[in-house]
Design a protein around this ligand. Structure first.
Ligand SMILES: [Zn+2]
Ligand SMILES: [Zn+2]
Length: 270
């Protein structure tokens, strides 16, 4: 039986890193915390850095690449980034230029038996992307750091059985919160971050289209409360097929989130 899981190592503005695992193929999405934190989290799952098959970067903001320079020194796995992200990173650190595997927008590629499709996300970065990872007919989607869900991204994410989706802020908390006006405008704007209500609306769309596991991610520390994010999305899912909704904590998850089991047990070989 194919085992697939997602394990959030860090999530939020202080750092983002997650592990996607499908049948022994381990893929890290973003490296926004220290390499030490990453290796400690991997060790808890019985994994080492050498077990990582690839790294996928979403964009060049520091909360997504903090551990990248050290990973490039110590890790051997290929690190994939969009052309714009790679160029932005190479400007700061020329070493990145030689070590990154660059893809063009919309280009699919494979990491072992995982089929990867990047898609554009609206965010104030050079060329930010989200990802679809497909393995054995099971689709997993990853979409954080996006001001809204554009049609193309929505089309990609529909049909995924598990999705990591941004639920960044509560609009009222953001407005009343401590951020300066310009930053409030940035976060709430079309190239900022997805709010709880926008996440909830799109979550319902995803569940109508097959999602059975949702992991709410990149929650703001100052402008959100995990219970509030959960409550908003769960309320939007009432009356729809059952879907597990989990918040990715700031620090690493206690347990990996296993998905796609139903599919596996229904298969002829199961
Ligand atoms: Zn960002
Ligand atoms: Zn971010």
């Amino acid at each position: 039986m194919a085992e697939r899981y997602y394990y959030s190592i860090a999530s939020g503005s202080s750092g983002n890193c997650g592990l996607y695992m499908a049948d022994g193929t381990a893929i890290l999405i973003d490296l926004g915390v220290s390499l030490r934190k990453i290796t400690t989290a991997l060790a808890a799952l019985g994994l080492a850095l050498g077990d990582i098959a690839a790294v996928l970067l979403t964009h060049e903001h520091i909360d997504h690449v903090k551990g990248l320079p050290m990973f490039l020194k110590k890790g051997r796995a290929p690190v994939f980034a969009s052309r714009g992200t790679a160029e932005a990173l190479a400007e700061k650190d020329p070493l990145c230029a030689d070590r990154l595997n660059v893809f063009d927008s919309g280009e699919r590629f494979w990491v072992r038996d995982v089929d990867i499709t990047p898609f554009a996300t609206p965010h104030d970065a050079a060329e930010s992307v989200g990802y679809i990872l497909e393995h054995g007919g099971s689709r997993f989607g990853f979409a954080t750091d996006l001001g809204f869900v554009p049609r193309d991204a929505a089309d990609c994410l529909r049909g995924c059985e598990a999705v990591v989706l941004e639920s960044n802020h509560d609009p009222h908390m953001l407005q009343a919160g401590p951020y300066p006006y310009s930053l409030k405008m940035r976060v709430a704007g079309p190239a900022g971050h997805l709010s709880n209500p926008d996440c909830a609306v799109f979550a319902a769309d995803l569940v109508k289209n097959g999602a059975r596991t949702l992991i709410l991610a990149h929650l703001s520390e100052k402008n959100n409360i995990p219970e509030l994010a959960l409550q908003q999305t769960r309320a939007a899912l009432r009356g729809l097929p059952a879907c597990e909704v989990i918040v990715a904590p700031r620090e690493r998850m206690e347990q990996p989130v296993i998905f796609g089991e139903e599919d596996a047990s229904c298969s002829l070989s199961g």
